[in-house]
Design a protein. Structure first.
Length: 437
């Protein structure tokens, strides 16, 4: 079995930060390193090398060290990604980066250290150091939860099952309606860290707009297995439907590992639980949907996934054969611009798989945010994911299947270019530095 390389990723929790060796896997501290070093060094045989050739202006003989003799790329994957995200061709190539095109299995070609780095989100944060990013994320979550518990109507530590960890916190708007929409959030932490007690990011902005918010706890590893977590999350959804049968719709949101757990609800057998939840929407934020790569990273030390475990719990492998409980249910797959290329690939390929089935799916790359900032921003009332309009939910309102419109057109492009100027001017000197990282 392939082993992971380098020190373990600290993203599994705050405790891991204090035990991580002083010299972690080198962090890509400069956003320019999103451009694959192989591209900058002029390896025309690489996938990105072929992508870069597509971007050469007519009549151009070379671009970033590539000659026009490099075979032209005919795959439609790059252009589908480009159009869905509303980005330039170069931005799309950057996002796909050295992990290849949809349909490929690029992670199997990576070294153990490369794979570890791809699945360590804090290593891709450019606004802060890796450890500081994790501390900031935890602090914002703790403060948001403290504020929500102090200022909002709530029912805390409500059991949805018999297990010690099977609890939910429910937050209500000040003016309760007869048919409240319910927003359920599943926290991240690579299935081995995190807590509902530090995850109430979106409570203030959503309850202020008449939405009830449910923060779900589940037994993380090593106490809980992945199968147990999926079962617990399924029962938490059934619990909300049973307790509030006249709800105005149930919306599931998960971040990172929580996005995986939310996605597994697309596969749930609700007849087993004696209830059919009124599912209206899914928000899958920076998730992992194919778990096989995780087996070969340090995250699997606690999870102990076998190949059978990984395949059984990979919605990427099964969702195309499933049908929505409600044909009006929509799925929004979201990834941050500064998530790692593997996280981009996972989200994009899961969106494509949804489109192969009967799901009404949309894909969005949120500009100027990283893996943690994308959730930290849920504390803001003007955030794109916390703006509630007439039913259905605002981010879905008026949106078409396989939407290509950016949710952040007005919000981010007016304040900062979607393609920073420095990405168009990577010097040879810079290239040498990147190649030595």
């Amino acid at each position: 079995m392939r082993s992971f390389g380098g020190p373990p990723c600290a993203d599994a929790g705050a405790q891991a930060i204090t035990t991580t060796p002083s010299s972690p896997v080198p962090r890509r501290a400069d956003p320019r390193t999103w451009i694959c070093p192989r591209v900058l060094l002029g390896e025309p045989g690489s996938t990105v090398g072929r992508l870069m050739q597509l971007m050469a202006p007519p009549g151009s003989s070379r671009i970033q060290g590539f000659s026009t003799a490099v075979p032209q790329l005919s795959e439609a994957g790059l252009w589908q990604y480009k159009e869905a995200t509303g980005t330039s061709a170069l931005d799309a190539a950057m996002a796909i980066s050295d992990v290849g095109l949809p349909g490929e299995v690029p992670w199997k070609k990576m070294s153990a250290e490369e794979l570890e780095n791809q699945y360590c989100p804090s290593q891709w944060v450019v606004r802060l150091g890796a450890e500081e990013a994790l501390r900031t994320y935890s602090q914002i979550g703790i403060e948001a939860t403290r504020r929500a518990r102090a200022t909002r109507k709530s029912l805390l530590h409500v059991p949805y099952g018999d297990g010690e960890g099977e609890k939910v916190d429910i937050y209500f708007p000040d003016e309760a309606a007869e048919a409240l929409p319910f927003f359920l959030f599943f926290h991240g932490g690579y299935w081995q860290s995190g807590s509902k007690d530090e995850s109430a990011f979106m409570v203030d902005p959503l309850t202020a707009q008449g939405v009830a918010v449910v923060i779900v706890a589940y037994d993380i590893a090593p106490k809980g297995t992945l199968d147990q977590m999926v079962d617990q999350v399924t029962r938490s959804v059934a619990f909300v439907q049973t307790r509030y049968p006249s709800n105005g719709g149930i919306y599931l949101c998960g971040h990172s590992a929580g996005a995986h757990l939310a996605a597994m609800m697309l596969l749930a057998n609700w007849t087993k639980h004696g209830v059919t939840p009124n599912l209206k929407g899914f928000f899958l934020v920076s998730g992992v949907f194919d778990l096989e790569p995780i087996m070969y990273t340090s995250q699997n030390i606690a999870l102990q996934l076998t190949l059978e475990d990984a395949q059984r719990n990979s919605p990427q492998l099964k969702v195309a054969q499933t049908q929505p409980v409600d044909p009006t249910c929509r799925v929004l797959v979201v990834v941050g611009q500064f998530d790692s290329p593997e996280f981009h690939r996972q989200s994009w390929e899961f969106y494509q798989t949804l489109c192969q089935g009967e799901w009404k799916a949309s894909f969005e790359q949120l500009h100027d945010v990283d893996h943690f900032e994308i959730v930290e921003n849920l504390t803001q009332k003007d955030n794109v994911l916390t703006q509630v309009g007439p039913h259905p939910w605002h981010p879905f309102r008026g949106r078409q299947h396989r939407s290509r419109r950016s949710l952040l057109d007005a919000q981010t492009r007016s304040s900062r270019p979607a393609w920073p100027a420095w990405r168009n001017s990577v010097s040879t000197k810079t290239t040498k530095k990147i190649s030595q990282m």
